[in-house]
Design a protein around this ligand. Sequence first.
Ligand code: AMP
Length: 283
Amino acid sequence: MPQAPHIVRTIPALLRARSDLRKRSATVGLVPTMGALHDGHLSLVRLAKKRADKVAVSVFVNPTQFAAHEDLGSYPRTWKADLAKLTAEGVDLIWNPDAKVMYPEGFATRIAPEGPAVAGLEDRFRPHFFGGVATVVAKLFSQVRPDVALFGEKDFQQLKVVTRMARDLDLGVRVIGAPIIRERDGLAMSSRNVYLSPTERRQAPVLFATLKATAKRVRDGAPLQSALKDGAVAITRAGFTLDYLEARHGETLEPVTSRGEGPVRLLVAARIGTTRLIDNIKV
Ligand code: AMP
């Protein structure tokens, strides 16, 4: 049995734990999460173990990245199961502050990311989101001072935003992206998948199936815009309300009009019932 992780919930306890971790110049990898852990999160933990001597996981449902109408109150919280999973993975440290520790009375600073954060994808539908993410991730980086931090490609625009911010602010953290982990039927794992009704869950794999088919058509020479148009129709027919299905440059997130402008990424966001799902694929 691996040793139980050290759980800390206050800044002074975190700072003590951080210097313990760093003994004998050990390197530290951080995996930021909002809990409700699944195999996608655990894949990041496993990667962190390969890239650093010690692994810290933060479990914090960050209120500043939710808009008032979003699901902060109902976001799944599964602490006991999360702890069991992180213990089984042999994680060294769990940073689990509450909102008052993260944002004490009088807190008045917010990071305003630009570049990939204003690419016109998630930011069009969740204008508050990347400011909240950048602020909490900057805090997590300065609290834990990791050498590397692992983020999933599942949240592709977020990965670009955090990578840019770490560079722009000289935070001394290497941000590493990790591939999307999927259910057997292709649905990208997400803490929010528990919101899906049985009928919605049966429809949900259409999102990835369409991404895959669209990417293949483009690789086979179909014009990008017509492949995307057909993809949008397929997603809508399956009962989704489409927020976007777009082709973007895989590094800059700039719009692209042909495969030749690549590397090309297809990104999608769509709602089924009250659940919003996102996914993406390399062409
Ligand atoms: P969250 O708890 O949703 O904020 O996600 C924490 C981290 O896990 C983020 O870097 C996500 O991109 C990553 N992640 C979430 N789902 C997946 C997945 N299916 N595969 C890989 N990484 C994921």
